[in-house]
Design a protein around this ligand. Sequence first.
Ligand code: ATP
Length: 246
Amino acid sequence: MNEIPKSHPRYKSLSERKLIEDGFEKGIIAKAGLIAHGRGETFYYLLGEKTNKETKKQINAAAAMLLLAKKPVLSVNGNTTALCAKEISVLSDSVPAEIEVNLFYKTPKRIKLIEKEFSKHGKKILGTKPTKKIHGLKSKRKDIDEKGQWEADVVLVMLEDGDRTEYLKKMGKKIIAIDLNPLSRTAQKADITITDNVTQCIPLLTEKIIKLRKKSTKELEEIIKNFKNKKILKKTEEQIRKGKMR
Ligand code: ATP
Protein backbone atom coordinates (compact mmCIF):
# COMPACT_ATOMS: atom_id res chain seq x y z
CA MET A 1 0.00 0.00 0.00
CA ASN A 2 3.07 2.26 -0.23
CA GLU A 3 1.78 4.03 -3.30
CA ILE A 4 -1.14 5.66 -1.39
CA PRO A 5 0.03 8.45 0.95
CA LYS A 6 -1.84 8.61 4.28
CA SER A 7 -2.41 12.33 3.71
CA HIS A 8 -4.53 11.59 0.64
CA PRO A 9 -8.14 12.73 1.33
CA ARG A 10 -9.49 9.42 0.10
CA TYR A 11 -6.79 7.26 1.70
CA LYS A 12 -9.30 4.91 3.38
CA SER A 13 -11.28 4.23 0.21
CA LEU A 14 -8.16 3.78 -1.88
CA SER A 15 -6.55 1.38 0.56
CA GLU A 16 -9.76 -0.65 0.67
CA ARG A 17 -9.72 -0.82 -3.12
CA LYS A 18 -6.25 -2.36 -2.80
CA LEU A 19 -7.54 -4.98 -0.31
CA ILE A 20 -10.33 -5.84 -2.75
CA GLU A 21 -7.87 -6.13 -5.68
CA ASP A 22 -5.59 -8.38 -3.61
CA GLY A 23 -8.60 -10.47 -2.48
CA PHE A 24 -9.62 -10.91 -6.09
CA GLU A 25 -6.11 -11.94 -7.15
CA LYS A 26 -5.94 -14.51 -4.34
CA GLY A 27 -9.32 -15.93 -5.41
CA ILE A 28 -11.22 -14.90 -2.26
CA ILE A 29 -13.40 -12.43 -4.15
CA ALA A 30 -15.52 -13.32 -7.20
CA LYS A 31 -15.79 -10.96 -10.21
CA ALA A 32 -19.23 -9.85 -9.06
CA GLY A 33 -17.64 -8.84 -5.73
CA LEU A 34 -15.68 -6.13 -7.55
CA ILE A 35 -18.91 -4.68 -8.89
CA ALA A 36 -20.59 -4.86 -5.47
CA HIS A 37 -17.63 -3.01 -3.97
CA GLY A 38 -17.93 -0.27 -6.60
CA ARG A 39 -21.59 0.15 -5.72
CA GLY A 40 -20.63 0.39 -2.06
CA GLU A 41 -17.92 2.98 -2.74
CA THR A 42 -20.47 5.21 -4.47
CA PHE A 43 -22.76 5.23 -1.45
CA TYR A 44 -19.84 5.61 0.93
CA TYR A 45 -18.79 8.73 -1.01
CA LEU A 46 -22.34 10.12 -0.94
CA LEU A 47 -22.56 9.43 2.80
CA GLY A 48 -19.48 11.58 3.36
CA GLU A 49 -17.14 8.65 4.13
CA LYS A 50 -17.96 8.91 7.82
CA THR A 51 -20.25 7.32 10.41
CA ASN A 52 -23.08 9.79 10.88
CA LYS A 53 -25.59 10.38 13.69
CA GLU A 54 -28.26 8.11 12.25
CA THR A 55 -25.75 5.29 11.79
CA LYS A 56 -24.80 5.48 15.46
CA LYS A 57 -28.45 4.76 16.34
CA GLN A 58 -28.40 1.77 13.98
CA ILE A 59 -25.22 0.45 15.60
CA ASN A 60 -26.73 0.89 19.07
CA ALA A 61 -29.83 -1.14 18.12
CA ALA A 62 -27.75 -3.82 16.39
CA ALA A 63 -25.54 -4.22 19.48
CA ALA A 64 -28.63 -4.62 21.67
CA MET A 65 -30.11 -7.22 19.32
CA LEU A 66 -26.87 -9.24 19.18
CA LEU A 67 -26.60 -9.21 22.98
CA LEU A 68 -30.20 -10.37 23.38
CA ALA A 69 -29.83 -13.18 20.84
CA LYS A 70 -29.74 -16.80 21.99
CA LYS A 71 -27.82 -17.95 18.91
CA PRO A 72 -26.35 -15.08 16.87
CA VAL A 73 -24.45 -15.78 13.64
CA LEU A 74 -22.23 -13.46 11.59
CA SER A 75 -22.52 -14.37 7.90
CA VAL A 76 -19.42 -13.57 5.81
CA ASN A 77 -18.54 -13.61 2.12
CA GLY A 78 -15.46 -12.91 0.00
CA ASN A 79 -15.58 -9.11 0.20
CA THR A 80 -16.06 -8.97 3.96
CA THR A 81 -13.24 -11.49 4.45
CA ALA A 82 -10.81 -9.52 2.28
CA LEU A 83 -11.78 -6.20 3.89
CA CYS A 84 -12.05 -7.04 7.57
CA ALA A 85 -11.64 -10.69 8.66
CA LYS A 86 -9.75 -9.54 11.75
CA GLU A 87 -12.43 -7.05 12.84
CA ILE A 88 -15.19 -9.64 12.27
CA SER A 89 -13.24 -12.13 14.41
CA VAL A 90 -12.99 -9.59 17.23
CA LEU A 91 -16.72 -8.84 16.92
CA SER A 92 -17.53 -12.55 17.12
CA ASP A 93 -15.57 -12.84 20.40
CA SER A 94 -17.28 -9.80 21.89
CA VAL A 95 -20.86 -11.06 21.38
CA PRO A 96 -19.98 -14.08 21.34
CA ALA A 97 -21.27 -15.29 17.96
CA GLU A 98 -20.38 -17.94 15.38
CA ILE A 99 -18.98 -16.91 11.98
CA GLU A 100 -20.43 -18.70 8.94
CA VAL A 101 -19.30 -18.45 5.33
CA ASN A 102 -22.04 -18.07 2.73
CA LEU A 103 -21.23 -17.49 -0.93
CA PHE A 104 -23.25 -16.71 -4.05
CA TYR A 105 -20.45 -17.85 -6.38
CA LYS A 106 -19.48 -20.84 -4.29
CA THR A 107 -16.47 -23.03 -5.11
CA PRO A 108 -14.51 -25.37 -2.80
CA LYS A 109 -11.42 -23.23 -3.46
CA ARG A 110 -13.06 -19.99 -2.30
CA ILE A 111 -14.47 -21.69 0.79
CA LYS A 112 -10.98 -23.01 1.69
CA LEU A 113 -9.35 -19.61 1.16
CA ILE A 114 -11.92 -17.87 3.36
CA GLU A 115 -11.56 -20.56 6.03
CA LYS A 116 -7.78 -19.98 5.93
CA GLU A 117 -8.13 -16.19 6.33
CA PHE A 118 -10.22 -16.61 9.49
CA SER A 119 -7.90 -19.28 10.88
CA LYS A 120 -5.14 -16.61 10.82
CA HIS A 121 -7.21 -14.85 13.50
CA GLY A 122 -7.77 -18.02 15.50
CA LYS A 123 -11.30 -18.55 14.17
CA LYS A 124 -12.88 -21.78 13.04
CA ILE A 125 -15.80 -20.88 10.82
CA LEU A 126 -19.04 -22.69 10.03
CA GLY A 127 -20.58 -23.21 6.59
CA THR A 128 -17.71 -25.16 5.06
CA LYS A 129 -19.83 -28.34 4.95
CA PRO A 130 -23.41 -27.11 5.05
CA THR A 131 -26.13 -29.76 5.39
CA LYS A 132 -29.26 -27.59 5.68
CA LYS A 133 -31.05 -25.33 3.18
CA ILE A 134 -32.90 -22.04 3.35
CA HIS A 135 -36.41 -23.01 2.23
CA GLY A 136 -37.36 -21.51 -1.12
CA LEU A 137 -34.03 -19.84 -1.99
CA LYS A 138 -32.69 -20.82 -5.43
CA SER A 139 -29.08 -19.54 -5.40
CA LYS A 140 -26.09 -21.35 -3.86
CA ARG A 141 -26.57 -19.09 -0.88
CA LYS A 142 -29.32 -21.48 0.20
CA ASP A 143 -26.78 -23.88 1.79
CA ILE A 144 -26.44 -23.26 5.51
CA ASP A 145 -24.82 -24.91 8.50
CA GLU A 146 -26.99 -26.81 10.94
CA LYS A 147 -25.00 -25.42 13.88
CA GLY A 148 -25.04 -21.91 12.40
CA GLN A 149 -27.75 -20.09 10.47
CA TRP A 150 -30.13 -23.04 10.67
CA GLU A 151 -30.33 -22.75 14.48
CA ALA A 152 -29.72 -18.99 14.65
CA ASP A 153 -32.31 -16.55 15.93
CA VAL A 154 -30.33 -13.48 14.79
CA VAL A 155 -28.19 -13.33 11.63
CA LEU A 156 -25.90 -10.44 10.75
CA VAL A 157 -25.58 -10.23 6.96
CA MET A 158 -23.19 -7.92 5.12
CA LEU A 159 -23.06 -6.94 1.43
CA GLU A 160 -25.96 -9.21 0.80
CA ASP A 161 -28.53 -9.72 -1.95
CA GLY A 162 -32.12 -9.12 -0.92
CA ASP A 163 -33.35 -12.65 -1.58
CA ARG A 164 -31.52 -14.34 1.24
CA THR A 165 -32.65 -11.73 3.77
CA GLU A 166 -36.24 -12.27 2.68
CA TYR A 167 -36.07 -16.07 2.98
CA LEU A 168 -34.19 -16.03 6.28
CA LYS A 169 -36.91 -13.77 7.64
CA LYS A 170 -39.53 -16.23 6.42
CA MET A 171 -37.75 -18.84 8.56
CA GLY A 172 -38.35 -16.60 11.57
CA LYS A 173 -34.85 -15.13 11.93
CA LYS A 174 -34.17 -11.54 12.91
CA ILE A 175 -31.83 -9.88 10.42
CA ILE A 176 -29.24 -7.19 10.99
CA ALA A 177 -27.81 -5.95 7.69
CA ILE A 178 -24.73 -3.88 6.95
CA ASP A 179 -25.33 -2.22 3.60
CA LEU A 180 -24.25 1.22 2.44
CA ASN A 181 -27.23 1.50 0.11
CA PRO A 182 -30.32 2.50 2.15
CA LEU A 183 -32.53 1.60 -0.83
CA SER A 184 -31.30 -1.95 -1.44
CA ARG A 185 -33.76 -4.79 -0.89
CA THR A 186 -31.56 -6.11 1.92
CA ALA A 187 -31.53 -2.73 3.66
CA GLN A 188 -35.29 -2.39 3.30
CA LYS A 189 -36.12 -5.92 4.45
CA ALA A 190 -33.79 -6.23 7.44
CA ASP A 191 -34.98 -5.59 11.00
CA ILE A 192 -31.98 -3.35 11.64
CA THR A 193 -29.86 -1.89 8.85
CA ILE A 194 -26.49 -0.24 9.40
CA THR A 195 -25.86 2.04 6.43
CA ASP A 196 -22.12 2.24 6.84
CA ASN A 197 -18.93 0.75 5.45
CA VAL A 198 -18.24 -2.67 7.04
CA THR A 199 -14.67 -1.63 7.80
CA GLN A 200 -15.88 1.40 9.70
CA CYS A 201 -18.92 0.12 11.57
CA ILE A 202 -17.73 -3.32 12.70
CA PRO A 203 -15.18 -1.95 15.21
CA LEU A 204 -17.84 0.55 16.40
CA LEU A 205 -20.31 -2.29 16.83
CA THR A 206 -17.78 -4.22 18.94
CA GLU A 207 -17.18 -1.13 21.13
CA LYS A 208 -20.93 -0.67 21.55
CA ILE A 209 -21.41 -4.32 22.52
CA ILE A 210 -18.77 -3.98 25.24
CA LYS A 211 -20.54 -0.84 26.55
CA LEU A 212 -24.06 -2.31 26.46
CA ARG A 213 -23.06 -5.55 28.20
CA LYS A 214 -23.77 -3.88 31.55
CA LYS A 215 -27.39 -3.17 30.60
CA SER A 216 -30.28 -5.33 31.73
CA THR A 217 -32.41 -7.38 29.33
CA LYS A 218 -35.22 -4.90 29.83
CA GLU A 219 -32.99 -1.94 28.92
CA LEU A 220 -31.75 -3.73 25.79
CA GLU A 221 -35.30 -4.59 24.76
CA GLU A 222 -36.25 -0.94 25.22
CA ILE A 223 -33.47 0.14 22.79
CA ILE A 224 -34.91 -2.19 20.12
CA LYS A 225 -38.50 -1.16 20.82
CA ASN A 226 -37.63 2.51 20.25
CA PHE A 227 -35.67 1.85 17.07
CA LYS A 228 -37.49 2.53 13.78
CA ASN A 229 -35.51 1.05 10.88
CA LYS A 230 -37.65 2.38 8.00
CA LYS A 231 -37.69 5.91 9.46
CA ILE A 232 -33.90 6.07 9.73
CA LEU A 233 -33.44 4.64 6.23
CA LYS A 234 -35.79 7.30 4.85
CA LYS A 235 -33.85 10.02 6.63
CA THR A 236 -30.54 8.66 5.32
CA GLU A 237 -31.94 8.58 1.78
CA GLU A 238 -33.16 12.19 2.11
CA GLN A 239 -29.78 13.33 3.38
CA ILE A 240 -28.07 11.69 0.40
CA ARG A 241 -30.56 13.24 -2.05
CA LYS A 242 -30.06 16.71 -0.56
CA GLY A 243 -26.27 16.25 -0.67
CA LYS A 244 -26.10 16.88 3.08
CA MET A 245 -23.42 14.39 3.98
CA ARG A 246 -20.50 15.82 2.03
P1 ATP B 1 -30.28 -6.04 -3.11
O1 ATP B 1 -30.52 -7.41 -3.73
O2 ATP B 1 -30.31 -6.10 -1.61
O3 ATP B 1 -31.13 -4.92 -3.67
P2 ATP B 1 -27.79 -5.85 -4.57
O4 ATP B 1 -28.39 -6.59 -5.70
O5 ATP B 1 -27.13 -4.54 -4.84
O6 ATP B 1 -28.78 -5.60 -3.36
P3 ATP B 1 -25.29 -7.10 -3.95
O7 ATP B 1 -24.83 -7.14 -5.33
O8 ATP B 1 -24.98 -8.29 -3.13
O9 ATP B 1 -26.84 -6.86 -3.82
O10 ATP B 1 -24.70 -5.76 -3.34
C1 ATP B 1 -24.00 -5.62 -2.24
C2 ATP B 1 -24.47 -4.42 -1.42
O11 ATP B 1 -23.42 -4.14 -0.49
C3 ATP B 1 -24.72 -3.13 -2.20
O12 ATP B 1 -25.91 -2.52 -1.75
C4 ATP B 1 -23.51 -2.22 -1.84
O13 ATP B 1 -23.87 -0.86 -1.75
C5 ATP B 1 -23.14 -2.75 -0.47
N1 ATP B 1 -21.71 -2.62 -0.15
C6 ATP B 1 -20.65 -2.79 -0.96
N2 ATP B 1 -19.49 -2.60 -0.31
C7 ATP B 1 -19.82 -2.33 0.98
C8 ATP B 1 -19.07 -2.06 2.15
N3 ATP B 1 -17.73 -2.01 2.14
N4 ATP B 1 -19.74 -1.84 3.31
C9 ATP B 1 -21.09 -1.89 3.34
N5 ATP B 1 -21.87 -2.13 2.27
C10 ATP B 1 -21.25 -2.35 1.10
